[in-house]
Write a protein that binds this ligand. Structure first.
Ligand code: ADP
Ligand code: ADP
Length: 234
């Protein structure tokens, strides 16, 4: 059974210039444990598609199912709980600049109502996993891009999600740092059995870690399958 399933998902944005269909009848299945690459040109609809997985965007048509459960049928409380099972990281890291590294990682745990001492302990474990134990008291402004992304990954993993969404997570990083972050994501995928969905426009990223890919063009899914199948086609 797929962990993420889209059934005829469409998304129309209503703008002052009229309606704009960003997603057009998307059918997609992501299996548990996949490292799934979403690729396509800028404006193709990749972010919108991935934001439908945690209902940051609500489809105008169709169904999004996580582990078989239709997000459209959940009430606010169920949706909040569901979102805690989905972590997300971004190109620009989105760290809280006024909080040190440890407190950034504690933040989602505080929101989830975890006791302060337990949150701290969990944050320290996560810092070790991402290799930044010595930076607990540093502030984001004192870190390199790669280190910031490691903090963001630790924060995204704090609530023990089953799925990690990565929106152009390595686009702001140099090739060497990109390789290191991808290696970390692969390690997390294997060690914690977390399904990873990666938006990227960089083929190197796909080749490096994705086992499955979907190509999006003008809101449509034009190709999907194993990375080797999709890219060995004439
Ligand atoms: P990608 O991630 O592939 O670059 P996006 O999903 O961000 O593409 O955007 C797809 C299209 O939808 C773009 O043309 C974008 O301008 C449009 N779009 C995205 N979000 C909104 C929004 N909130 N309102 C209106 N149009 C949007
Ligand atoms: P990305 O870096 O993924 O392309 P954008 O800068 O396109 O992101 O989008 C940033 C935010 O603006 C998102 O919340 C997106 O939904 C919104 N957005 C994108 N395009 C439009 C648009 N044409 N009109 C209104 N909002 C938009």
């Amino acid at each position: 059974n797929p962990i993420v399933e889209f059934k005829n998902v469409s998304k129309t944005f209503y703008t002052k210039n009229g309606p704009f269909q960003a997603l057009n009848q998307i059918n997609l299945a992501i299996q548990e444990g996949d490292i799934f690459g979403i690729i396509g040109l800028s404006g193709a609809g990749k972010s919108t598609l991935v934001r439908c997985i945690n209902y940051l965007e609500v489809p105008t048509e169709g169904e999004v199912r996580i582990a078989g459960r239709d997000l459209g049928k959940m009430n606010q409380k169920e949706l909040r709980r569901q979102r805690q099972e989905i972590g997300m990281i971004f190109q620009n890291f989105n760290l809280l600049m006024q909080r040190n590294v440890l407190d950034n990682i504690c933040f989602p745990l505080e929101i989830a109502g975890v006791k302060k001492a337990d949150a701290r302990k969990r944050a320290e474990e996560l810092l070790e996993i991402v290799g930044l134990s010595d930076k607990a008291k540093s502030y984001p402004s004192q870190l390199s891009g790669g280190q910031k992304q490691r903090v963001a990954i630790a924060r995204a993993l704090a609530t023990n999600p089953k799925i990690l969404l990565c929106d152009e997570a390595t686009s702001a990083l140099d090739p060497t740092t990109t390789k290191a972050i991808l290696a970390l994501l692969k390690e997390i995928n294997q060690k914690f059995k977390i399904t990873i969905v990666i938006i990227t426009h960089e083929m190197a990223v796909v080749e490096e870690i994705c086992n499955q890919v979907a190509i999006v063009d003008a809101g449509k899914l034009v190709e999907t399958g194993s990375a080797t199948d999709v890219f060995s086609k004439p």
